[in-house]
Design a protein around this ligand. Structure first.
Ligand SMILES: [Zn+2]
Ligand SMILES: [Zn+2]
Length: 339
């Protein structure tokens, strides 16, 4: 299976937390948290049109300026999702600069704040110097008994979140591909059909939920000629496609280890292919972790095991353990896999 998402940490495990997820074969990406992000460079930053913020402590939000700077002057909409208070934080950042010469800039920033009782949305346009425009509230959808709610829906994937206790709400996120479309290349070859861009279009039809009798035209790039042919989606599905479980990636940072948080994290991360989880402390400093509303490596490992994830990646190590990163990783691994 060729995974649809490729994900990596924005910084070293001791650096500011952040996760970059590329949607492969498209020029799109998702970015979780906006700590220092110079390492991503402008091209990657510009691909990230959906941004998900856990909370706005400095190490998770200082990179807003870098993103703003590369996006300014582009015909782009940045959508930023996060906890209550995010709109004021964005507004405060935008008010930190003078905007008298950006009237022709086409940048739009939309902020979605997720409250327990609904979503508050505000828009800022470069064309009017980033004045705040509040929009009507909308309801939360798909809220479960443990409090997981939907943040973003795309035909291909959804992003869900849960508000964790970090003395303030800290949103944890899970990205879930709806289902995965696999093409049997051998069978395509036997039928004289080339691989290429048209398969990407076929995937879109599946994700859009088109019916089996859906007909479409595809441009096929053979070795020596180009051909346009009509297909029926159901026939393609039967002959060349296997649909499997979609990929899932969970991202959890800045939360205390308590019963409620644990239940929420396990529900959100359940069955994830990769579980990115903060582990700022070693368990011998569990008291300090608790005082500061953070997790230990052991706690991250225990929750990864309970959630039945395939892979655990720990991050956001406290600088107090500089040079001891391997101990944090070993502690998390032992709690997760018992080795
Ligand atoms: Zn924090
Ligand atoms: Zn933090």
């Amino acid at each position: 299976m060729n995974p649809s998402f490729s994900s990596f940490l924005v910084n070293d495990v001791f650096g500011d937390p952040g996760l970059f997820v590329e949607v492969r074969w498209s020029k799109r990406a998702l970015l979780f948290d906006l700590g220092h992000n110079d390492a991503l460079g402008p091209t990657r930053l510009l691909r990230a049109s959906e941004i998900f913020i856990s909370h706005t402590h400095m190490d998770h939000f200082i990179g807003f300026d870098t993103l703003l700077r590369v996006a300014l002057g582009r015909g782009k909409t940045l959508r930023i999702h996060g906890p209550p208070g995010l709109t004021s934080n964005v507004q405060g950042k935008l008010h930190g600069y003078t905007w008298n010469l950006v009237g022709g800039y086409p940048l739009t920033i939309t902020v979605h704040e997720f409250h327990p009782d609904g979503i508050k949305t505000a828009t800022f346009l470069a064309t009017d110097g980033f004045q705040r425009h509040d929009e009507p509230d909308s309801p939360l959808s798909h809220c479960t008994s443990q409090g997981t709610f939907t943040v973003f829906c795309d035909p291909m994937f959804t992003v869900q979140a849960s508000a964790l206790n970090h003395r303030i709400p800290s949103l944890a996120y899970a990205l879930q591909e709806q289902f995965h479309v696999n093409f049997n290349k051998e069978r395509l070859h036997e039928a004289g059909l080339p691989v290429g861009y048209w398969l990407k279009e076929v995937k879109q039809y599946f994700w859009q939920g088109q019916p089996d009798d859906f007909r479409f035209l595809a441009t096929l790039y053979h070795e020596h000629h180009i051909e346009t042919r009509e297909f029926i989606l159901g026939e393609i599905r039967e002959r060349f496609v296997t649909i499997t479980r979609g990929q899932k990636i969970a991202y959890v940072v800045d939360a205390r280890y308590d019963e409620v948080n644990e239940r929420k994290i396990i529900e959100l991360a359940r069955g994830a292919d990769i579980f990115y989880c903060e582990a700022p402390y070693l368990d011998r400093d569990a008291d300090k972790a608790r005082d500061r509303y953070h997790l230990t490596a052991k706690q991250a490992g225990i929750m990864a095991k309970k959630a039945g994830v395939r892979e655990l990646v720990v991050l956001h190590f406290s600088p107090r353990y500089t040079g001891l990163g391997h101990e944090i990783e070993a502690e998390a691994r032992e709690a997760f896999r018992g080795q």
